[in-house]
Design a protein around this ligand. Sequence first.
Ligand SMILES: [Mg+2]
Length: 307
Amino acid sequence: MSKEPGPLGAGLRIEWHPVQDSNLRPLAPEASALFTELTGRRWKSLYMQPRTCQNGRGFVQPVSGHGAAVHLAEEHMDVEAVFFDVGNTLIYPQPPVGEVYARALRQAGIEADADLAEKHFQETWVRLRGRRPPGVLEYGTTEAEAIEWWRRVVRESFRPFGEPEDFDALFKGLWEHFASGRAWRVFDDVLPTVAELERRGVQFGLISNWDVRLENVLRDLGLWGRFRWPVVSAHVGTEKPEAAIFRHALDLCGLSPGRVLHVGDSYEEDVRGARRAGLQAVWLRRGAADGGQGVIEGLGELLPMLG
Ligand SMILES: [Mg+2]
């Protein structure tokens, strides 16, 4: 057996077996071409066992014309619990932050373009995060600390457009907006995924860098109670990618790190952070995945990996 990272995608493996099965049929030409591309080998003729062909990416079981069978299968992860990141993994702001900021500025009589406001917000956020002293939580542990952080982000994001007269009122409106589930949408693949995990009896939780408002947001969206172990940086006083927040999650579920999987969209926080703490990790790259072991484009790809 050899593992094939790269184009084979998350958790796939290839096995070669002697041909024994008589229940074979030729692989369609386009499937043959795909398989040749995936394996990087030229095959004289390919056959497969129809019962194993379950989807386009895995589970084809072709057999070469030279007496060797090739089994391309999902490599199942052996996990007892799954933790999810929240922002851009389970939920996303809708309308986007730039649109909300631009609307707020326009209400204050300042003309602002939504795309530009989004750009200023993203740049400001990255810049201010970079300036934090080591050991200081991004969103703090109290409402006052979170307000202080977000006031700075909003004020600096607005600066290129001009200074609104009543910044305090404007900021308060934004703070309240993002505290409500109405500002957020749940990705389409979240509910089917958690429903399937529940059906299979796999327990799951959250590990999120977020301020004190997350519980309210997730309650509004009907998600809070579905995650058995919600671990929020503002509540536990440590944040990803620190090992301490993952250890906190492990204490809650009472499992050894190797039996726990974390899924999230940030390579540094969710993947490297989790792996350094000994957990298994899957990198969720919505709409941008280009394959690779441990990378998925949507949560629907997670379930086959769990077996
Ligand atoms: Mg995230």
